[in-house]
Design a protein around this ligand. Structure first.
Ligand SMILES: [Zn+2]
Length: 125
């Protein structure tokens, strides 16, 4: 696990401070995370098979979506454990709602206070 000092930048505003804790995933953990989505897609496909008309559209879509999401999850090497920051526009200190999602920067975030679109990124030197 590592802690990062980041910055939250809004369009037309300055930057606010942000902190994130990031956890690295082991190989087995990545494979398990990746395998869940195709399994869910397959389960959805099987569940809707008895439903007329729906069974033509939903199963292929569910299986394809499960595989695509699984590949994306398998490619994630690090996850956000926590991410907090202060909005540069309204000054609200808040959780950024990224816990458990794949770690990548920059990321677009909407402020919970003023609704302003913010970019979470590496601090500018
Ligand atoms: Zn705000």
């Amino acid at each position: 696990m590592r802690s990062l000092g980041l910055s939250l930048r809004g369009f037309g505003t300055g930057a606010g401070p942000a902190q994130a804790e990031v956890r690295r995933l082991g190989g087995g953990e990545r494979i398990r995370r990746a395998a869940v989505s195709p399994a869910v897609g397959l389960a959805v496909a099987v569940l809707v098979l008895p439903i007329p008309i729906v069974h033509f559209m939903v199963p292929p879509a569910a299986i394809v979506a499960g595989i695509v999401i699984g590949i994306r999850r398998g490619l994630a090497r690090e996850l956000f454990l926590t991410a907090r920051g202060t909005c540069p526009r309204c000054g609200r200190e808040q959780s950024l709602g990224l816990t458990g999602s794949a770690f990548r920067l920059p990321r677009e975030i909407k402020c919970g206070g003023c609704g302003h679109l913010l970019t979470l990124e590496e601090p500018q030197a």
